[in-house]
Design a protein around this ligand. Structure first.
Ligand SMILES: O[C@H]1[C@H](O)[C@@H](O)[C@H](O)[C@@H](O)[C@H]1O
Ligand SMILES: [Fe+2]
Ligand SMILES: [Fe+2]
Length: 326
């Protein structure tokens, strides 16, 4: 259900990600215009920014600014409780076990589209902005990015599938608790950065007092690459595994987006940058572009599923096998 609250237009709080009204360019990192980036397809990311670019709204479906984790409301209280549990329970050992277990991909066989439909049964308790079924969110973000990047079909499909890993909440996928599926992600094996939302709850995480894990680098080294970092378990890493193991032909930037789209402390706050390598830095440009559509396309504007379905089926056919192991 959509609740409309009359509110004055708020100043955007996403200071680090907005559009320059004069140049119509994507401005990242607080006024820093994105440098020309060669994509995996040999395309230059900056040149792809079209003139009728999607404008990020300033308020969400609840009449509040996006990703406001401190507002006083019932929704925010349950989101905070979600993060308390997530921060206490996601440990290095837990993530290691989950990766091993789900890496087997021995639970279900189905197509990408079947999974999109399954996702309608899923509710994400960590999200302070979404007020629509998950499939609507997938289509809204995919259609918004398609409008601005019409030739990057891999980006359209990436948006469509980026949250499919949330099926982990369903009984046939192990029925994992919310804290093991959704919410922002963060590395384990090194200190929890203050840039994580509701950071205070990490104090009750067993890893917090483990001297092997609680220094800036912990078990890692400068520039080791995100590939070598253990990130909290959830829908990102699971969908990355599914796509990779089923031999998708999507480019590396797509897999990077899927795997790290919830890693807000990294892509939006700028934390943990000392762990990334050159490859990560290149892919980060695409992730930042994607993030705008993931976050700000959550709206009341409904997409006609049947109308767009043939297009997405053709993309699925291009980049994935007919049936995947999950
Ligand atoms: O609440 C949201 C939601 O779960 C998204 O799917 C995830 O990608 C975000 O990082 C998270 O904050
Ligand atoms: Fe997500
Ligand atoms: Fe999403």
């Amino acid at each position: 259900m959509t609740i409309l609250i009359e509110q004055p237009q708020l100043e955007s709080q996403a200071e680090d990600q907005k559009f320059s009204s004069e140049t119509n360019e994507l401005v990242l990192d607080g006024g820093f215009v994105m440098p020309k980036t060669v994509s995996n397809n040999g395309l230059v990311a900056e040149e792809l920014v079209s003139s009728n670019e999607f404008m990020a709204p300033e308020i969400n479906s609840f009449g509040r600014s996006f990703r406001d984790y401190d507002a006083e409301s019932e929704r925010q209280k349950s989101v905070e409780e979600f993060y308390r549990l997530q921060h206490i329970n996601q440990t290095y050992d837990f993530v290691k076990r989950m990766r091993e277990e789900y890496g087997k991909l021995n639970r279900v066989e189905m197509s990408i589209w079947e999974c999109c439909e399954l996702l309608n049964e899923v509710v994400d308790e960590s999200d302070p902005d979404l007020d629509e079924p998950q499939i609507m969110h997938l289509l809204q973000s995919a259609e918004a990015i398609r409008k601005d990047y019409p030739d990057e079909d891999w980006l359209h499909l990436t948006a469509l599938i980026h949250d499919l890993g949330k099926v982990l909440l369903l009984p046939s996928f192990g029925g994992l608790p919310q804290w093991a599926v959704v919410g922002d992600t963060f590395p384990l094996g090194c200190a929890f950065d203050e840039g994580n939302v509701h950071h205070k709850y990490f104090k009750e995480n067993p890893d917090y007092n483990n001297p092997a894990y609680n220094t800036k680098y912990g078990i890692y080294s400068e520039g080791c690459g995100l590939d070598n970092v253990m990130i909290s378990w959830g829908h990102d890493d699971y969908m990355y595994l599914v796509a990779k193991e089923n031999r998708t032909t999507l480019p590396p930037a797509a897999l990077f987006i899927i795997r790290y789209h919830s890693f807000y402390p990294f892509h939006t706050v700028g934390a943990y940058k000392h762990l990334m390598n050159e490859e990560d830095a290149k892919n980060l440009k695409w992730l930042k572009i994607f993030n705008k559509y993931d976050l700000y396309s959550k709206s009341k504007e409904m997409i006609d599923v049947e109308k767009v379905k043939p297009y997405y089926l053709s993309l699925i056919d291009k980049y994935f096998p007919a049936k995947l192991r999950w």
